[in-house]
Design a protein around this ligand. Structure first.
Ligand SMILES: N[C@@H](CCC(=O)N[C@@H](CS)C(=O)NCC(=O)O)C(=O)O
Length: 199
């Protein structure tokens, strides 16, 4: 497999999940502003959507959209999703919330919003984080076991910390719990993020 990624972007959740799944992969960095890969290839020619993550399977099939990419990994290694007959449904339900509600709420921070825009975005992010925390069974987001949804939430909690949002003590504890995992530390180190102080 091959993952097109950008350091610290939502694609970090895919790298973490691949490591958790012990799936071997190569990684190619994408300059998201210039739309050029580290090999100098035109990323828009590789992925016309222009964003990460993009996963290329060993047979050449291409998968984009973080929900689909993370679900694919959990489908291959089902211990990375909640157990039970509704396990996959619960995973998709959560990944959709993380993507369509929480990830989207961060967009103004990445697109040069003014102070009013940032304040509104901060409120939207904090409301959604509060909802997630209120629903969390613990010690992980969906279950007693770590799932690919934890990898996605972890990547976005890094952003929340980076933008100095008032993340609750409970979610900071959760962040540290995820951070303690070997696969997470390996992924952060590979993306050059461990020494940032955010990790
Ligand atoms: N709908 C996509 C959105 C992915 C996305 O927003 N990726 C960001 C990084 S976290 C990106 O590549 N942004 C660059 C751009 O949109 O130009 C998904 O869920 O995979």
């Amino acid at each position: 497999m091959k993952l097109y990624y950008s350091p610290g972007a939502c694609s970090l959740s895919v790298r973490i999940s691949l490591h958790e799944a012990r799936i071997a992969a190569e990684f190619e960095r994408v300059d998201l502003k210039a739309k050029v890969t580290e090999r100098g290839d035109d990323y828009l020619a590789i992925n016309p959507k222009g964003y990460v993550p993009m996963l290329v399977l060993d047979d050449g099939a291409v998968v984009t959209e973080n929900v689909a990419v993370l679900d694919l990994i959990a489908d291959r290694v089902p211990v990375l999703r909640p157990a039970g007959p509704l396990g996959r449904t619960r995973l998709i339900e959560m990944l959709s919330y993380l993507s369509c509600e929480l990830h989207i709420a961060f967009k103004p921070f990445f697109h040069g919003a003014d102070e009013a825009g940032k304040t509104a975005a901060s409120e939207a992010v904090m409301t959604r984080l509060g909802f997630l925390e209120s629903q969390m069974p613990g010690p992980y987001l969906l279950a007693a076991n770590f799932t690919v949804a934890d990898a996605y939430l972890f990547a976005m909690l890094r952003w929340a910390k980076g933008f100095e949002l008032p993340v609750s003590t409970g979610l900071l504890d959760y962040f540290d719990r995820v951070l303690a995992r070997n696969a997470v530390r390996q992924a952060l180190a590979e993306e050059g993020l461990i020494e940032e102080g955010l990790a």
